[in-house]
Ligand binder design. Sequence first.
Ligand code: GLN
Length: 194
Amino acid sequence: MRNGNQPVGILAIQGDFAMHAKMLDRVGAPWKLVKRASDLDEAGGLIMPGGESTTMLKFFAAEGFGSAIKYFAAAGKPVFGTCAGAILLAREVLNPPQERLELMDIAVERNGYGRQIDSSVRQGECPDLAGRPIEMVFIRAPIIRRVGARVRVLGRSEGLPVLVEQGKLLAATFHPELTEDETIHRYFLEKLSH
Ligand code: GLN
């Protein structure tokens, strides 16, 4: 299946979706905001941004997003979750447990870095994507506590997995849309073209 001609949907119910749009403009990829489940029909892939996963879940319930996104992923369309978006993708959510899409076989602990360190910029390594350290912005970030057998760890920071993939699904606990580095978005876009 080729999804490359369709725009990338950016879930735009809450959170920093606008910065993902800016990044996609920079790399020359068409995008459209996804505000209701039917907006997914025209999208070749989906980015779920950072923000507040509990707030997003309220919209999910109200708008029927949960089953629509599961259907979208089951159709082989790529989905990229960043921070809160990664929490939504997970099979298991801790601290505290909450609803999730259960699409990716990972367990994530919300606000895993604690309250004192609300946000930080750290270096991380994604050896298969870039031969140099990547700057990573963490904002009340989750920690990936378990990765399933079919999940590949693509990036680590301070020993912890921070970028993982499972087939056409990609999850980052940091915010790649908040730096100048296009590596992660370009990698996701490759999933749309084959
Ligand atoms: N702590 C937020 C949550 O649990 C995620 C933070 C973020 O997306 N930057 O949803």
